[in-house]
Design a protein around this ligand. Structure first.
Ligand code: NCD
Ligand code: ZN
Length: 360
């Protein structure tokens, strides 16, 4: 990493939790992420969900076809776990290099999760197989019972699902995704090296007040929902701590503007257009810009046992005003930080040759 008062150049980052969707939304979203990130773990919550090797290969092809010619970007595909999923299908996909990981959505927890797992005890043989072959499990860590307050569902998941799972499958690699609470930070810190967590850009910046600031704010609504201020403080401390168990995953989740601004608005924040800038703002405020590169570009590949990217990206300390909407054809999405002026602007990713020159 090289830093000066104006710029910050870091190794190319990866996004370890991303929603790209399909069709017109994919056409809008794919290159917006690929401009900043070399690889991304792509969520499988399409309709229908990505549950087979064939479906994942076809989706990967659609993502690559949605990128402009010459854009270097590797989508890392995931399998959507259901009660009926076949362990052989998962293992075949992993061995072939199609699936990087499996995603567990508790049924009903979030957008397009109705086909998810109703009880983790039903997928014991799948978890067993994943543990044996070294395939990571990615968790949407919220219980779904309507008896449990929505702000408590992540904490309840730690006790009732995650702790027993880690003791039943002690060698299974698990990523607790988009953590939002002090409880999760503590749990991940205290657990063994098989457990890591991703932290979104938005959970580092908003707390639950953002949902109600002067009125109902659908563009601040995502799942897991933002919690109280002190939880956000704990997330910020974890992100800048230099602990390799915490790494970048935006959970950028675009929905059409009208589907968010609705009587029953969709959950999801579209942070991809300014993801790196948003993380940089937070790290800068925490006096920890020197920790951004490891969080964004090193701890993720280290956990997934993948090589580091060789290129770089430079964050310029230059103001930019984030558009109110990002529009392509009939699709219009309100991005995170819409209308705000940010103090950072990410440049283009450079390839390995320039990296070695930059580092020489
Ligand atoms: C995601 C989506 O829209 O697909 N929504 C969200 O609020 N994060 C699903 C998810 O990751 O929970
Ligand atoms: Zn997500």
């Amino acid at each position: 990493m090289t830093a000066n008062p104006a710029n910050l150049t870091i190794r190319e980052p990866d996004d370890w939790h991303l929603h790209l969707r399909d069709d017109a939304m994919l056409a809008l979203a794919a290159d917006i992420t690929a401009r900043q990130f070399a690889r991304a773990i792509v969520m499988p919550n399409l309709v229908p969900p990505v549950t087979t090797v064939d479906a994942a290969e076809a989706y990967r092809d659609r993502i690559l076809a949605a990128l402009p010619p010459g854009r270097r970007f590797t989508p890392l595909m995931t399998a959507y776990l259901t009660d009926e999923i076949d362990p052989d299908e998962i293992a075949t996909g992993f061995t072939k290099g199609v699936f990087t990981a499996c995603k567990l959505y508790p049924a009903g927890a979030t957008t397009n999760s109705s086909a998810g797992v109703t009880d983790v005890r039903k997928i014991g043989p799948v978890l067993e197989r994943m543990q044996t072959i070294g395939m990571p499990l990615l968790l949407h860590g919220e219980v779904t019972s309507s008896d449990i307050d929505i702000f408590d569902r992540e904490a309840a998941f730690l006790e009732t699902v995650l702790a027993p799972m880690l003791s039943d499958f002690p060698a299974l690699k698990v990523v607790l995704e988009h953590i939002t609470t002090t409880d999760s930070v503590q749990f991940v810190q205290d657990a063994g090296p098989t457990l890591a967590a991703t932290i979104t850009a938005h959970h580092l910046r908003i707390d639950r007040n953002a949902l109600f600031e002067g009125g109902l704010r659908p563009h601040a609504y995502c799942l897991p929902v933002a919690k109280r201020r002190h939880h956000r403080t704990a997330l910020r401390q974890a992100a800048v701590s230099g602990n390799p168990k915490f790494f970048l995953g935006t959970d950028s989740a675009p929905h059409q503007k009208q589907d968010k601004e609705s009587a029953c608005g969709c959950a999801g924040i579209f942070s991809a257009p300014v993801a790196l800038e948003s993380y940089a703002l937070t790290f800068d405020e925490e006096g920890a810009l020197d920790k951004l590169e490891a969080f964004a570009s090193e701890f993720g590949p280290r956990f997934y046992e993948l090589p580091f990217n060789e290129g770089t990206i430079t964050l310029h300390r230059e103001t930019q005003t984030v558009p109110e909407t990002v529009t392509q054809g009939d699709v219009s999405v309100v991005p995170f930080h819409a209308g705000e002026t940010l103090a950072w602007r990410a440049g283009e990713r450079t390839d390995d040759v320039q990296m070695s020159q930059a580092r020489a």
